[in-house]
Design a protein around this ligand. Structure first.
Ligand SMILES: Cc1cc2nc3c(=O)[nH]c(=O)nc-3n(C[C@H](O)[C@H](O)[C@H](O)COP(=O)(O)OP(=O)(O)OC[C@H]3O[C@@H](n4cnc5c(N)ncnc54)[C@H](O)[C@@H]3O)c2cc1C
Length: 504
């Protein structure tokens, strides 16, 4: 075991939406920060999903197996590297709706009220949008939460075919808005991410040390169990011990919980900070279905996401429960989520039997339907030896089905409109639900709250049981909205960083 002499102010574990952002926020001021990231920096050219390669090589799957609900092993879609899963995300950064901070009744179950309100988080959403250079246009989405001003950066122009589709939807009374997107200046990887807007700004401060290839294995506590005294990481086959005043865990919803469970010792026999048996429980992932539409002309298959539709977010004609969010999916060859859904592509090939994957992609317009799920204590991660075991059953299924069928009806309506030239009527709209392996979108395994019996951390992200341990990633979110959670994770990390700065 190698013990590093230096004692840091803060150790941050993970550099995704939570950890990468938090490291950048701690960079102003003279605090010494050690960031431990198990992956490496991924060159932008490697992230270019060069066509069908995305599907064939199982890229973005680390070499590890987790066990699913059926007990079978599976390769999770999980990116380990500087920036974490934000390196392959779609870059759509939306705020949660105001009502989603309160209790929401779903078709099946309900979501708990947060102990924070939208107003509490709104200033951090502002800062999150600025840090991640979110381009958008306020006032078009009927469900948009209140904001002080329009986005600082205007939405970028979208593909002409999508602009034509927006007009086609409008003729049907459907309002499509510009998805708020994080864009950087990079030519090779223009989608903004936590490496570009978190890690790289943090690196400008010499007081911040970033160690890649450093897989944290365990957190060790003092004899009374109320402080983390050392962080153990594996680097190039050696075990290292690092020490700091505060420790922030931001390894993502699955790995943060797994790390706490692996760190059980002494006063914490069932896992660190797990006296309430809450660590790993309430695992959520939004229901995601991809739907393909036949384009009239060949496109590129590589477009960014562009249009959002929230007309069914809170319900529909004769439906008084939320259905969810629709967004254009970007190209089949652009979006790592499609690579997880080969069944969709086999369906597409039935639609166009003589086409290869490149051609199928070029002739498809893709849509995602996204629906919230309710937290359920039985949906959880646990350990099977040293490996991750997931038990997960999605809920709120009928709401999602209704959204999917409603959207397919909308697609049919525009296709049969003679004024719409950009899409063709097709016998079917191939679709597929994202499988369990899509866990880069997971949340909720170490939720925050004031009651130590039902939560793992308090509202400042501080463990109820270990006073110098904080969590600042997707695991602390108490409920799952129908829009993506990336911006909420970022805003919350900024909020926690402000609190840590006060403590140091
Ligand atoms: C294909 C895809 C598309 C998505 N698109 C969108 C989108 O358009 N909009 C949106 O809002 N959200 C999107 N998401 C979800 C979004 O990426 C996540 O919600 C977000 O990244 C979660 O942030 P996090 O900090 O919790 O975890 P992550 O971003 O996953 O970061 C966790 C970090 O911890 C590191 N780590 C893990 N274990 C260890 C360890 N033991 N030691 C050291 N380091 C460790 C990882 O390498 C990683 O850097 C998408 C996700 C995927 C997979």
């Amino acid at each position: 075991m190698i013990i590093e002499d230096r004692h840091y102010d803060v150790i941050v574990i993970g550099t995704g939406a939570g950890g990468g952002t938090l490291a950048a926020e701690l960079a102003d001021g003279g605090r010494s920060v050690l960031v431990l990231e198990r992956g490496q920096s991924i060159p932008p050219e490697d992230l270019k999903t060069s066509g069908t390669e995305l599907f064939r090589k199982e890229r973005f799957h680390p070499k590890e197996s987790w066990f699913g609900t059926d007990g079978d092993p599976f390769p999770p879609q999980m990116l380990y590297g500087l920036g974490g899963n934000t390196k392959i995300w779609g870059g759509v950064l939306e705020r949660m709706r105001e009502q989603e901070f309160g209790a929401v009744r779903l078709q099946k179950g309900s979501t708990p009220a947060w102990e924070l309100t939208y107003a509490d988080l709104a200033p951090y959403y502002d800062r999150a949008e600025r840090r991640y250079q979110v381009h958008g246009k306020a006032g078009l989405d009927p469900t948009e939460p209140s904001r002080l001003a329009d986005y600082d950066l205007a939405s970028r122009p979208i593909e002409p075919v999508m602009e034509e589709l927006r007009a086609a939807f409008e003729r049907q009374g459907i309002r499509a808005y510009d998805l708020p997107m994080s864009w950087s200046e990079s030519q090779t990887h223009p989608c903004g991410d936590a490496e570009q807007f978190g890690v790289i700004p943090a690196q400008t401060n010499p007081a911040i040390t970033i160690r890649t290839g450093a897989r944290v294995r365990q957190l060790h506590t003092n004899p009374s169990g109320n402080q983390v005294k050392a962080v153990e990481a594996e680097i190039d086959g050696d075990r290292w011990l690092f020490r700091s005043h505060l420790v922030v865990l931001a390894a993502g919803a699955i790995n943060t919980a797994a790390l706490l469970l692996r760190s059980g010792e002494g006063r914490h026999p069932h896992g660190l900070s797990n006296g309430s048996d809450q660590v790993g429980r309430n695992l959520m992932k939004p229901q995601l279905t991809s739907i393909l539409q036949l384009a009239a002309r060949s496109g590129r298959g590589h477009d960014a996401r562009s249009l959002g539709i929230n007309d069914f977010y809170w319900g529909d004609k004769n439906v008084d429960f939320p259905l969810g969010h629709i967004q254009s999916g970007g190209g089949v060859l652009q979006d790592a989520l499609f690579a997880e859904s080969p069944p969709v592509l086999s369906l597409v090939s039935k639609l166009m039997p003589d086409f290869g994957l490149e051609q199928l992609a070029a002739r498809s317009i893709t849509w995602w339907a996204m629906t919230a799920v309710a937290p359920d204590a039985h949906n959880r991660i646990s350990l099977r030896g040293d490996q991750v075991q997931i038990h997960y059953e999605a809920n709120n299924l009928e709401a999602h089905d209704r959204l999917v069928y409603r959207w397919i009806d909308c697609l049919k309506a525009v296709e049969s409109d003679p004024l719409t030239q950009v899409v063709k009527t097709a016998p079917t709209h191939p679709r597929g639900q994202s499988p369990l392996s899509v866990l880069g979108v997971a949340l909720g395994t170490c939720r925050m709250g004031t009651n130590p019996a039902t939560s793992v951390v308090n509202l400042q992200g501080q463990s109820h049981e270990v006073s110098n341990l904080f969590i600042a990633d997707a695991s602390v979110l108490p409920s799952c909205p129908s829009v993506g959670i990336g911006l909420t994770v970022i805003a919350n990390a900024i909020r926690i960083a402000d609190h840590l700065k006060e403590l140091l």
